[in-house]
Design a protein around this ligand. Structure first.
Ligand code: UD2
Ligand code: MN
Length: 589
């Protein structure tokens, strides 16, 4: 609300004008280390490698605009790590409940507001490309279940802000029977007050899942082209024209933007590498390198065997002719491979358009289940295997023998569709569209892409013991420093003990004895930090070590503190940053 915004602005103003660490202040742009390419953790579905060039850049002119209704924005292409700073219990609650309900940092999402600048992640050549003025107009369909309002509205506003009005036929929101009462009310009010006539809202009377949800959205659409987006996206500069042009040229072309990465912990927007979609025999989508022969330039569209699923554009009539989606698929999963196989096997083509960039919040877990608790991914994959994969479905069953006799419902209509459209065989698809698949040993579990590429460890900036100025003791592992999940405590400093040595690197990781990273639980910031395997994607393992000697944790917005300096137990924990001596640390070599 307005008053919280005002209080927040004042607090921030005071905070930043009272001379905090220059390293993390909004106005300071630290010298950047060499670009690093690290492995994206396997559980997120982000495109493999991240370039985190801009991550700790101070926010350029980061100020908060006055205004009502939470539409305030940080006019910044990038964020300060301080965006997640917790000032009081209310912040704490927003953050913790946000992780619980949405699996990303809702505190930062709310503070960002509904509009923000984004780094233009396109290749420079894209800026010189021109597109026909006359292009088909788009109906943007966004289906959501229990989405955080700020993320949903930022998705909507990014479309309104960055799409020429004549190309935007409409925006259709499909509320998949969300259970959060506040979300329903707040969305209704906001749409009434600010977006009347600009956004259509369709409400499902029961939870349908994203697959039928999108079909419902599409059935309300009247634009020539359908564009599907997840409900936590931000479209970037000139994103739509490059998607519409290839469809205009050939309406059997389906196109995907490059999906840039919005960090779930920090909301920082960073570019994705140029990769394309594949899959493994477990029928999981994966990102693959683009074969050189497929790439004719940094700005040229290229063919992709599959799509990630959430973000694509397609001629509306073609969507209908091609059989929309399989309405027997539930909630989540598998529909992306199903539509990809169908496009290629039945005479269409699927392209990725590097000049179109859309950011997506890649979460580490899905914050919702299915109504009956079923594994909908398995159900949906079975349907897709039985309809589209011919004998190659045996590859799937070899990995998932327990599914061989599982019921998957009636697929009669989909089999008839395949026949009616006179689609190619799955072998044709593998031979012509995804030959890489045939080369790999089919039954071996697939390695994630990029395992060995770009895994260079980040440069260490500082090394030494981490001494608490209050306790005059050093931060060490409570048990063995090799023990994953182990806690840290303060103990007598021993300059000769290698197991007390921390390295602080350019990725802002704190690594003990060259082994494990200091990590904060993203679910509950009241938990103490632990030693975990370094994952290389910032957030829960990102610490800033400032001049005022505090150790600020970016993802939880708090500082590391000695809890009771007199107790021999030496417990430490996270606390609201207050500059006290209990929160002062020195990394000494
Ligand atoms: C990816 C896709 C997603 C979908 C999925 C496989 C991207 C960026 N995302 O997973 O679009 O293809 O793979 O199925 O490629 N939703 C509902 N009702 C539900 C469940 C989800 O409306 O019952 C909405 C949800 O709010 C979101 C969208 O569907 O807007 C996709 O769900 P997700 O973000 O959890 O999927 P994601 O990105 O993990
Ligand atoms: Mn998503």
């Amino acid at each position: 609300c307005f008053f919280t915004s005002v209080t927040w602005s004042i607090l921030l103003f005071l905070y930043f004008s009272l001379g905090q660490d220059s390293q993390v202040s909004l106005h300071h742009v630290p010298v950047q280390g060499p670009q690093s390419h690290r492995l994206q953790p396997r559980y997120t579905r982000g495109p493999g490698v991240q370039q985190r060039r801009d991550r700790n850049k101070g926010a350029a002119g980061g100020h908060r605009e006055g205004g009502k209704g939470g539409t305030n924005a940080w006019k910044a292409a990038d964020l300060s790590p301080e965006m997640g700073m917790i000032f009081n219990e209310q912040d704490q609650e927003v953050r913790d409940m946000g992780y619980h309900k949405h699996a990303f940092n809702v505190l930062i999402s709310n503070r960002l507001g509904y509009h923000r600048d984004l780094p233009d992640t396109r290749n420079d050549k894209c800026k010189e490309r021109s597109y026909p003025i006359a292009l088909p107009a788009a109906s943007v369909v966004i289906c959501f279940f229990n989405e955080a309002l700020s993320a949903l509205l930022r998705t909507v506003h990014s479309v309104l802000d960055r799409t020429p009005a004549y190309l935007l036929h409409e925006i259709i929101l499909v509320d998949d029977n969300s259970e959060l009462a506040d979300l329903k009310e707040d969305l209704d009010t906001y749409l009434q007050q600010h977006l009347k006539g600009k956004v259509k809202l369709v409400r499902n009377e029961k939870r349908e899942g994203l697959i039928r949800g999108r079909m419902i959205g599409a059935s309300h659409a009247t634009g020539e082209v359908l564009v599907f987006l997840d409900s936590h996206c931000e479209v970037n500069e000139a994103w739509l024209q490059p998607l519409l042009a290839p469809i205009k040229e050939n309406r059997h072309t389906v196109v995907c933007p490059v999906i840039d990465i919005i960090s779930a912990d920090t909301l920082v927007y960073s570019p994705s590498p140029i990769v394309r979609g594949g899959f493994n025999w477990g029928l999981h989508f994966k990102w693959d390198p683009v074969p050189a022969a497929e790439l004719s330039g940094p700005d040229a569209p290229f063919r992709s065997p599959t799509m990630a699923g959430g973000l694509f554009a397609m001629d509306r009539r073609y969507f209908n002719e091609l059989g929309q989606y399989d309405s027997g698929m539930d909630i989540w999963g598998g529909e992306n491979l199903e539509i990809s196989f169908r496009i290629w096997m039945c005479g269409g083509q699927l392209l990725i358009i590097p000049c179109s960039r859309v950011g997506h919040i890649f979460r580490k877990r899905r914050p919702y289940g299915s109504p009956g608790g079923q594994d909908t991914m398995a159900h949906n994959s079975l349907r897709l295997a039985h309809v589209w994969m011919d004998d190659y479905k045996e590859q799937y069953f070899a990995l998932r023998p327990e599914l061989r006799n599982r019921d998957y419902g009636d697929i009669g209509e989909r089999v008839a569709l395949r026949k009616r459209l006179q689609c190619h065989s799955f072998k044709w698809y593998l031979d012509n569209i995804y030959p890489e698949m045939q080369l790999s040993a089919r039954n071996k579990p697939q390695q994630p892409v990029f395992v060995n590429k770009g895994m260079k460890r980040p440069t260490v900036l500082q090394k030494g013991r981490l001494r608490s100025l209050l306790a005059d003791k050093c931060l060490v592992a409570q048990g063995r420093p090799t023990q994953k999940g182990g806690a840290v405590v303060v103990r007598e400093c021993d300059p000769l003990d290698r197991e007390q040595e921390w390295s602080y690197d350019e990725e802002h990781e704190l690594i003990l004895a060259g082994l494990l990273c200091l990590d904060m639980s993203e679910i509950r910031s009241s938990d103490p930090p632990r030693l975990m395997k370094c994952h290389g994607s910032g957030g829960s393992q990102q610490w800033t070590l400032g001049k005022s000697n505090r150790l600020y944790q970016v993802s939880v917005g708090q500082c590391l503190a000695v809890l009771d300096p007199l107790s021999p137990k030496g417990y430490v924990g996270m606390a609201i940053c207050d500059g006290s001596r209990a929160q002062q640390w020195q990394l000494e070599g």
